[in-house]
Write a protein that binds this ligand. Structure first.
Ligand SMILES: Cc1ncc(COP(=O)(O)O)c(C=O)c1O
Length: 492
């Protein structure tokens, strides 16, 4: 198998005196450095920057970019992360100077177009969620969770209710308990039942007057829609508690069912999983939240409001607000892409997206489940979670080995070992944008990997410059700065 090579570091390719200069020497007399830079910053050695030709630099970065696995070049069935293709049109529109060249410190009167779009987006997200008010501020799904829980806390504080607990299913994404803790709540875990749904007996046993919020992900992280959600909402409301819907999986239900109609009081959206926000590098992101009417006064400031004369403004006059959670009006570039995506699809288009996402996931599940059993669900929503437990027991081949081997077939690995309720989990989400041929090819590869020699799998990937980095060490002992001692000298 062809092994990709990582290009040497720029420092390693550097040669004294090598440079590119297309410009003639300047005939403007140079000002002394002392005039330009304060004296205390002058002096000492010049940093040893690499010396390279332009071609060296272009090749270096082009070659580096080809080492990436990306949705633009590879199938990327990363469950829970919804790596759907983002139409280029949105990128082009987001780069229009009318948006891209604006600055949040401009006077509101000169930002009317942008504010109109953000206002419209607030209305649209409220409608899709079946809720009443929206804040576009949070910078990611996780921050949306935190913001919504702070809103819930402010709501209960205002009513002098001392509710201290947030109930969370054991299948939840890790950000749910983390957000609850950060918002100052105690977390209570609710078990899943044999179907992978909320165990209602456990839920009822743990629902008491201290419960503030139950966080449900629906469809949940094993890719199943929990039909008990409205019953759960009723039980919560009868106790004065709130239902939070983690909207990370909205891509499965757009236009089919709305969180507010299921009984949710608060929710977040992940535009990068649902509305073509950019992925990668941890952001830039957005995590708008939607809430029902009586929670709206606590939303972060500012909201975008429409005045009676038809102009738009930033509304800071919100006495019960929890305050800001992000600078300015949120991540407008990402929000604008979401707006373009939603408007270009329209209600029917959004519905079709979810239908195709669900169809693709079910087709793929049917192709692979004889090889990799799927413990929960006869059918699935937008994703399914297969288990490599049998392979691990019989042949010592683990979910991680399968994920790593897929890289040798130019396919990104699915999410592995999440959710925790499935042993040796492989969480597979094809998304609506993949063709039947791609799904069939992937199933073929997966089935062939399951028959591969275990040692080959343990040694994979063999096609990448680095096979299996020590991920724990990389996370715990990150080396974030290059120092000369860490590379061989160019002469070697
Ligand atoms: C179910 C679920 N909830 C919440 C999140 C957090 O969203 P974000 O990554 O935007 O912070 C994710 C992200 O993967 C998720 O899958």
């Amino acid at each position: 198998m062809y092994k990709l090579q990582a290009p040497p570091l720029l420092f390693e390719s550097s040669r004294p005196g090598r440079a590119t200069s297309y410009l003639p020497a300047s005939d403007v007399p140079a000002r002394p450095l002392e005039d330009l830079i304060p004296a205390q910053h002058l002096g000492g050695e010049a940093p040893p920057l690499p010396e390279l030709s332009e071609l060296d630099v272009v090749r270096h970065y082009t070659n580096l970019s080809t080492l990436n696995m990306a949705i633009d070049s590879n199938f990327y069935p990363l469950g829970s992360c919804t790596m759907k293709y983002n139409p280029r049109r949105n990128e082009r529109l987001a780069a229009f100077p009318g948006l891209g060249a604006q600055h949040p410190y401009q006077d509101e009167s000169t930002l009317q177009g942008l504010l109109a779009i953000l206002y419209d987006l607030q209305q649209i997200l409220a409608e899709i969620g079946g809720l009443d008010a929206v804040s576009l501020q949070p910078a990611a799904g996780a921050q949306g969770e935190l913001t919504a829980l702070l809103v819930a806390a402010a709501f209960f504080r205002d009513r002098s209710e001392a509710r201290t607990k947030v109930l969370i299913p054991d299948s939840a994404h890790g950000t749910n308990p983390a957000s609850a803790q950060l918002a100052g709540f105690e977390t209570v875990t609710i078990k899943s039942d044999a179907r992978g749904l909320v165990d209602l007996n456990d839920f009822k046993a743990k629902l008491d007057d201290q419960a503030a919020v139950f966080m449900i992900t629906n469809p949940n992280t094993v890719g199943i829609f929990d039909p008990q959600v409205s019953e759960i909402a009723e039980m919560l409301h009868a106790r004065g508690a709130l239902l939070y819907l983690d909207g990370a999986n909205m891509n499965a239900i757009l236009g089919a069912v709305r969180p507010g109609d299921m009984g949710a009081d608060l929710m977040h959206y992940n535009p990068h999983k649902t509305f073509s926000g950019p992925h990668g590098g941890g952001g830039p992101g957005a995590g708008p939240i939607a809430v029902r009417k009586d929670l709206a006064p606590y939303l972060p400031t500012p909201l975008v409001a429409k005045s009676e004369d038809g102009t738009y403004r930033l509304d800071f006059d919100r006495p019960k607000t929890i305050g800001r959670v992000r600078s300015f009006f949120g991540n407008t570039g990402v929000l604008f892409r979401a707006y373009c995506y939603i408007r270009s699809q329209g209600p029917e288009g959004l519905k079709r997206i979810s239908e195709h996402a669900v169809l693709n996931a079910n087709y793929l599940m049917a192709l692979v489940r004889d090889t990799l059993p799927v413990p929960f669900g006869e059918t699935c929503m937008h994703e399914f979670v297969a288990s490599a437990r049998g392979l691990a027991r019989e042949r010592g081949v683990r979910a991680m080995d399968i994920g790593k081997r897929l890289i040798d077939h130019n396919i990104h690995a699915p999410t592995v070992y999440f959710p925790l309720i499935v042993p040796e989990a492989l969480m597979i989400e094809p998304t609506e944008t993949e063709s039947r041929e791609t799904l069939e090819k992937f199933a073929e590869v997966l089935i062939s990997i399951a028959k591969d020699d275990p040692q080959t799998l343990h040694d994979s990937p063999v096609s990448t410059p680095i096979s299996r980095p020590d991920e724990v060490k990389a996370a715990k002992v990150p080396i974030l700065r290059w120092t000369p001692s860490e590379v061989s000298s160019p002469e070697k």
